[in-house]
Design a protein around this ligand. Structure first.
Ligand SMILES: C[N+](C)(C)CCCC[C@H](N)C(=O)O
Ligand SMILES: O=C(O)CCC(=O)C(=O)O
Ligand SMILES: [Fe+2]
Length: 413
């Protein structure tokens, strides 16, 4: 079925071919070339009937003319103080083409039928072209097995520096973005200090579990998390339309045995599925799955529903950005026919086998003072069963605000 779509997406040839087709049909197309003397950055472009083709920095790119007019950054079209568009896109003639064009070393100039001139920096065009985006990752990451993560010896942030020094926060966030987990050590074992640590990174995302939570195995809520039972690897709040981006755990005390935390890089597992069986990856990234949380206690009544595929990818580069994987909270499958259901179960089994490979399991014992941040869109968590009193506090964070902090420190996020 959609495998063919996936393969064309991955091959990256489809648009190049379209470009050549418009070249073939270009009896009236203008052919202009310019070789700049500077370095190796030679630039060629031609005005094809329905797009501008630009070769620059080793890339062949195609820009639609309406797009080019829409992305004019001149003072009348774009407010560079607010970074907002002034131009009314709906006023652009959908058949617009430039009247004149030229290029110098770094800049392409287009003159539009009304005389308006747009300047585009060639590097800006390369960065913002579809062809450029297709090759690059939105979020560079290091996919890990337990061995890869352990050998990397990723340092934990230390509480004092973390709170006072931006460089420490930046390193922490850099590790968090690369691996999907990061630790702060030396945090006072209190809910208040945990809250202070999280607020250094982001806004707290309040949910029906509260803002900061502090829980033990008292079954105070209608969920297995509030017991002493083992929990298999999963993402939390898969039953939200937008699952919580980050989860924070701080074990304030444990007098007993067991209770270790399990962490698994689900993007690494998804990548193994993609490499070995692309049609299974395709199914997991297209079949909509419902997750549901139904709580019916006298003090707590909640009914949450979230729908979306297990693997969520950006369609232009097939990069995975979010996984929903929670077999406890997965609800009835009733939106696909039985033959697709069968193939989906096969695909889900393969992903599960990858997630359960012992070499993908990172086990850590959370101790008072050690705060764990987990990317809940990427890294699954679970826990071993335990005995005794175990008290865990933490919260969820707003993903947008974590990424915002990272960007403000100069990181790609
Ligand atoms: C973390 N905290 C104890 C507050 C909530 C646990 C939520 C558990 C739920 N089954 C889920 O996976 O989303
Ligand atoms: O008890 C734990 O270590 C984690 C439980 C859990 O999965 C959760 O609270 O989300
Ligand atoms: Fe959980």
């Amino acid at each position: 079925m959609a495998l063919i779509r996936l393969l064309t997406r991955l091959s990256g040839y489809v648009h190049l071919k379209q470009g050549l087709e418009c070249l073939g049909a270009s009896s009236q197309s203008t052919r202009l070339q310019q070789h700049t003397a500077a370095h190796s950055s030679s630039c060629n472009y031609q005005l094809l009937p329905d797009c501008l083709e630009l070769s620059y920095g080793g890339l062949v790119m195609h820009f639609d003319y309406v797009w080019l007019r829409d992305h004019c950054r001149s003072a009348s079209c774009y407010n560079s103080k607010t970074h907002q568009r002034n131009l009314d896109t709906a006023s652009i003639d959908l058949n617009i083409r430039p009247l004149k064009s030229r290029v110098d070393e770094n800049t392409l100039f287009l003159t539009w039928p009304d005389g308006h001139i747009t300047r585009y920096s060639l590097t800006w065009l390369a960065q913002n072209s579809y062809e450029g985006q297709k090759r690059s990752a939105v979020q560079p990451r290091i996919l890990w097995s337990a061995d890869i993560y352990s050998s990397a010896q990723v340092p934990s942030a230390s509480w004092d520096k973390f709170m006072s020094c931006d460089e420490e926060l930046k390193n922490f966030l850099n590790n968090f973005l690369l691996y999907g987990i990061a630790f702060v050590e030396g945090v006072p074992p209190t809910l208040e200090a945990t809250e202070t640590a999280t607020q250094r990174v982001s806004l707290i995302r309040e949910t029906m579990y509260g803002r900061m939570w502090n829980f033990t195995s008292d079954f105070s809520r209608g969920d297995t998390a509030y017991t002493k039972l083992a929990l298999d690897r999963h993402t939390d709040t898969s039953y939200f339309q937008e699952p919580c981006g980050i989860q924070v755990f701080h074990c304030l005390r444990h007098e007993g045995t067991g209770g270790r935390t399990l962490l698994v890089d689900a993007f690494h597992a998804a990548d193994a599925v993609l490499q070995r069986t692309p049609e299974n990856f395709e199914l997991l990234s297209h079949v909509p799955i419902k997750h549901e949380y139904v709580e019916n206690l006298s003090e707590h009544r909640n009914h949450m529903i979230g729908i979306g595929p297990v693997i969520n990818v950006y369609p232009w580069n097939n990069e995975v950005y979010m996984i929903r994987y929670n077999n406890y909270d997965r609800s009835v499958i009733n939106t696909v026919p039985h033959d697709v259901v069968r193939r989906w179960y096969t695909a889900h089994r393969q992903l599960t086998a990858e997630l359960r490979r012992p070499d993908n399991e990172l086990w850590v014992k959370l101790k008072p003072g050690k705060v764990l941040f987990i990317d809940n869109w990427r890294v699954l968590h679970g826990r071993e069963s335990f005995t005794g009193l175990r008290q865990l506090c933490g919260c969820y964070l707003t993903r947008d605000d974590v990424l915002n902090t990272a960007r403000s420190l100069g990181l790609q996020a």
